[in-house]
Design a protein around this ligand. Structure first.
Ligand code: MIC
Ligand code: SF4
Length: 741
């Protein structure tokens, strides 16, 4: 590392940020030879490891199985966490999941066993907590098939969320490509105190940057405030960097990371890190004069930072607790809170549980009954076991909380909510990261607000969204007014972490004889058939499938919740294609006009008819199209159903790459206002696609129903190798061809 960092510093010709040190020391071609232009140059990297979760691993591994390799080329793990529904509590729910998803878990276990992949079984924990506890290390580079892979930035990694096809490249021993990111510096001064938590740092940053402000950038945190926070607190901040579109976020190596590594049985890693610690943080000059080295700089004084709640429906709508009452009234947000949920990869550490438990305990001691229901998802079996031993879970249970499985649960719509079934307007608060419409319970009228675990606990106890624990009193069972004291936390368990069965299964050394079975008639798994290559011609006569209005996240394009069932079966999951997107012409979801017969129907049905008739189609969208998840289903489904082009104002990073990998044409309006020209009965001709080349615009004739025509320009970001993916029909088709050669 020292050698590579020093060479990079010479080549770049100035002091380096931590992000640059990690990026330049992981170049595929070895030591740096040139300085890359941020936000411009595509660079090939060589990540140290890969992490996959059950909902995305199915498609990733189905693709890897086609690549013709015997073993994965870099250490890889699969984590079963998304497919477990929260309903009755951990014991019953886990059993139910093991039964209902056994086919998928067995598939993942056997593929992992065959190809040398470590397997974490259902109940072992949420991918990003398990990775932080076992695999993340300072100065490393990791990719993962989940957007919150970035959580590992809490241990000073550059960890990046990708689609499965990107992971397959690296599993197959090829480089991983990324546009060299821009760098946003966040200087943290002061220190956290009182009700303010690490979560509030990122809730504040989200308010500043908005859901797309971090696109194409790494956020690097530094300053005394950064050093004063725990490693898991740093993880929380990095985790939610995904919510501002950031490529990843990171922190320089410090004592909190040393402590965390030792507490998680990795003294060897801590010792090794201490030997090269100067390379595991930004150069002094950078942090002294950050404005000279970062593309953008934000400064936050932790001592002045107030606790926030973000939401509803978007994670960047930040409101300080003290202003919530007024704002909720203005916006008619329901004040009564039905549920307080603590968990998700972003806030399910031991420290998080202790801070929330310190509030819950006061409620018990001061005889205040919790007004809202309480649900807890511990981050890992290690955390759960330790929290149980230390009496933390009992405290929540004394408040009638339900302890759900160590898994994603309600965070991804795996929640059989007991209290409400319809579409009633209601409010929940949670310590998760995302709060898009319908996400937790499928109800479009559930107003979900994101806060720190301790704030969620306080609000759930009060039952009110406008409760400000620094000011407001609660009435206890004896009719006395009481106040909640500030939360207290324990960074790492004083008696150490403990666990009986962490839930890990190591792969066979030689997997050659392991058989992977996919039943022919399975409704959950389907072997892939390659996408058709491009015929090299201009695309003409393409019809508009849908013009999506406003926010169109991956949850709108390929919903999770009940649909997680079909993540391994491309044809079946395609029945959810774009069903959450709002049709700009009638403001309805899943209701679009077919130009074949003039009738309105659901998006998948209309598109399947176009496919049958051999009619190419186009999807049009707004800004930050494909925000949110890394799920490549959002790109594969339209591709499978015969959509040829996705034309939008702007893309979220992972989704744009996913489209390219799957052989789709992803374009952006050169002139944003041209979005307004698109009408319901439009036909599109891409008249110079034959000359598809890097940095060259593509011209589109938009022919309207009355015969009139607008000719518009569109941009794209394909480089030469990516154009090869397009030509071959997908990146995987190209890999297969190369491996066969
Ligand atoms: C999410 O938080 O949206 C998910 C579910 O973890 C996704 C991955 C998926 O869709 O399987 C993500 O963040 O990438
Ligand atoms: Fe799971 Fe939620 Fe984290 Fe995604 S954000 S990995 S669904 S806990």
């Amino acid at each position: 590392m020292a050698e590579r960092v020093n060479t990079a510093r010479e080549v770049v010709g100035k002091p380096l940020t931590l992000s640059e040190k990690i990026l330049y020391s992981h170049l595929w071609d070895g030591a740096a030879k040139e300085a890359y232009k941020r936000g411009k140059d595509y660079v090939e990297f060589s990540p140290d490891r890969i992490a996959c979760q059950d909902a995305t691993a199915q498609m990733a591994l189905l693709q890897f199985m086609q690549a013709g390799k015997k073993q994965v080329a870099v250490p890889t793990t699969v984590h079963c966490d998304h497919l477990i529904q929260a309903k009755m509590g951990a014991a019953i729910d886990l059993q139910a999941a093991n039964k209902s998803s056994s086919e998928v878990f067995d598939f993942l276990e056997s593929v992992s066993n065959k190809y040398g992949i470590g397997f974490w079984k259902p109940g072992a924990g949420i991918i990003h907590q398990v990775v932080l506890e076992n695999y993340a290390f300072p100065g490393g580079m990791m990719i993962g098939t989940d957007s919150h892979t970035v959580n590992a930035g809490g241990l000073g990694m550059v960890a990046i969320g990708v689609g499965g096809a990107d992971a397959v490249d690296v599993m197959a021993g090829m480089p991983w490509e990324l546009k060299f990111p821009k760098l946003i510096g966040v200087k943290l001064t002061g220190s956290l105190s009182g009700w303010t938590a690490a979560k509030d740092v990122i809730l504040k940053v989200a308010g500043i940057l908005t859901v797309k402000g971090g696109t194409g950038a790494i956020i690097e945190y530094f300053g005394e405030g950064a050093r004063s926070m725990s490693a898991t607190g740093k993880g929380t901040i990095c985790n939610m960097g995904a919510e501002v579109g950031a490529t990843t976020s990171t922190f320089g190596y410090d004592e909190s990371m040393d402590r965390y590594l030792r507490a998680t049985n990795r003294a060897d890693v801590a010792d090794a890190a201490n030997q090269v610690s100067e390379h595991l943080t930004g150069d002094d000059e950078v942090y002294e004069n950050p404005e000279q080295y970062f593309d953008e700089l934000i400064e936050i004084n932790l001592s002045e930072l107030k606790p926030h709640l973000n939401g509803p429906f978007t994670p960047d709508l930040a409101t300080p607790i003290s202003e919530m009452g007024v704002k909720a009234k203005e916006n008619d947000w329901p004040i009564n809170v039905d549920w307080g949920l603590i968990g998700s990869c972003t806030n399910s550490s031991y420290e998080d549980l202790t801070r929330a438990a310190s509030i819950a305990k006061q409620a018990v001691d001061k005889k205040v009954k919790a007004k809202s229901d309480f649900g807890i998802n511990p981050g890992s079996e290690t955390i759960r076991y330790t929290a149980q031993r230390d009496g933390l879970l009992q405290i929540f249970e004394d408040l009638d909380a339900t302890i759900f499985t160590n898994a994603c649960g309600p965070c991804i719509g795996q929640w059989d909510r007991s209290d409400r079934k319809g579409e009633e307007k209601n409010t929940i608060v949670h310590s998760f990261n995302r709060n898009f419409s319908k996400r937790a319970d499928g109800n479009p009228n559930t107003h979900a607000f994101v806060g720190s675990p301790e704030m969620v606990a306080a609000i759930a106890i009060s039952g009110r969204l406008d409760f400000d624990p620094t000011r407001d009193k609660l009435m206890n069972e004896d009719g006395e007014e009481v106040m909640l004291d500030e939360p207290t936390g324990i960074e790492l368990p004083t008696k150490g972490f403990a666990v009986e069965d962490p839930g890990y299964i190591a792969p066979n050394e030689d997997g050659a004889t392991v058989e992977v079975k996919v039943a022919e008639d399975s409704e959950r798994l389907q072997l892939l058939t390659p996408f058709e290559p491009w015929d090299g011609k201009n695309l003409t006569g393409a019809k508009l499938l849908i013009k999506a209005f406003g926010k169109c996240t991956t949850d709108h394009i390929s919903m999770a919740g009940p649909w997680l069932r079909y993540r391994g079966h491309l044809d079946n999951i395609s029945n959810n294609c774009l069903i959450g997107a709002i049709n700009a012409f009638n403001k309805k979801t899943n209701f679009v006009k077919s130009q074949i017969n003039g009738e309105y129907d659901g998006v998948p049905a209309v598109q399947r008819k176009y496919k049958k008739e051999g009619v190419p189609t186009v999807v049009v969208g707004d800004h930050n199209y494909g925000e949110g998840s890394s799920r490549e289903h959002a790109a594969m489904e339209p591709r499978h159903l015969g959509v040829k082009v996705v034309l939008v104002k702007s893309f979220a990073r992972i989704h744009e790459t996913n489209l390219k990998k799957q052989g789709m044409l992803g374009l952006t309006f050169a002139n944003e206002a041209d979005y307004d020209l698109i009408q319901e009965d439009d036909t599109f001709n891409f008249i110079d696609l034959e000359d598809f080349a890097p940095d060259k615009q593509i011209t589109v004739e938009v022919v309207h129903a009355d015969g009139s025509k607008d000719t518009i320009k569109t941009n794209h970001t394909y480089n030469l190798p990516q154009i090869e993916w397009y030509k071959h029909g997908s990146a995987l088709n190209l890999i297969k061809k190369q491996n066969a050669a």
